[in-house]
Design a protein around this ligand. Structure first.
Ligand code: GAR
Length: 197
């Protein structure tokens, strides 16, 4: 039986698209059973619809009567029968009750060499800006398990990327993203193979 992967995304969805491609070309032996999208109109939701993957759109969590993020994630993961929960540019912190319910079953990709440039406030282009401000000569991407502490779970894979003297944040982001696309699917495949049930 193929394992079900549920992906969550907040943005353009290029990592999600790379996972769809990896399933289609057989390098990732799993089924993407659903996408959890932060909004209806994000790029990732378009990729999902094109690939016939069902989308669960999160409702706003602001306001007193608004549904909680954790409740919505748990509902979606249940609905899509998730074996593995994969964050692909999902920019909200995963609530503790979800981490607890899917312990060691949640993976994240982050555009720096963790533990450097991770944690609250370090997402997307801000990470690359901080790396350049610090004068680093190397950056990269990290795939890790998600635990209760932001970006601190066990590292599963990393890829180092050169920082070039003339880099603007967008240049570094693009170079790192290309490596993210190559690293995520094989790391997920390897992790799935390591699971015993
Ligand atoms: C990726 O670079 C991913 O590593 C980053 O957001 C981008 C999403 O791009 N994630 C984080 O910063 C998480 N803290 P995508 O929507 O094109 O896949």
């Amino acid at each position: 039986m193929k394992k079900n992967i549920v992906v969550a995304a907040s943005g353009s969805g290029s990592n999600f698209k790379a996972l769809i491609d990896a399933v289609q070309n057989g390098t990732l032996d799993a089924k993407i059973s659903g996408l959890i999208a932060s909004r209806e109109d994000i790029g990732a939701a378009t990729f999902a619809r094109q690939a016939g993957i069902p989308v669960y759109v999160l409702k706003s969590t602001t306001g007193e009567t608004a549904p909680l993020l954790g409740d919505q994630l748990l509902e979606a993961l249940e609905k899509f029968k998730a074996d593995l929960f994969v964050l692909a540019g999902f920019l909200r912190k995963i609530p503790d009750e979800v981490v607890e319910a899917y312990r060691d079953r949640i993976l994240n990709i982050h555009p720096s060499l963790l533990p450097r440039y991770g944690g609250k406030g370090f997402f997307g282009i801000r990470v690359h800006q901080a790396v350049l401000n610090a004068g680093e000569t190397k950056s990269g991407c990290t795939i890790h398990l998600v635990n209760e502490a932001y970006d601190e779970g066990r590292v599963l894979a990393q890829k180092v990327v050169e920082v070039l003297p003339a880099d603007e944040p967008a240049d570094l982001a693009a170079r790192v993203l290309r490596e993210e696309h190559k690293l995520y699917a094989p790391t997920i495949q390897q992790y799935l193979e390591s699971l015993t049930d």
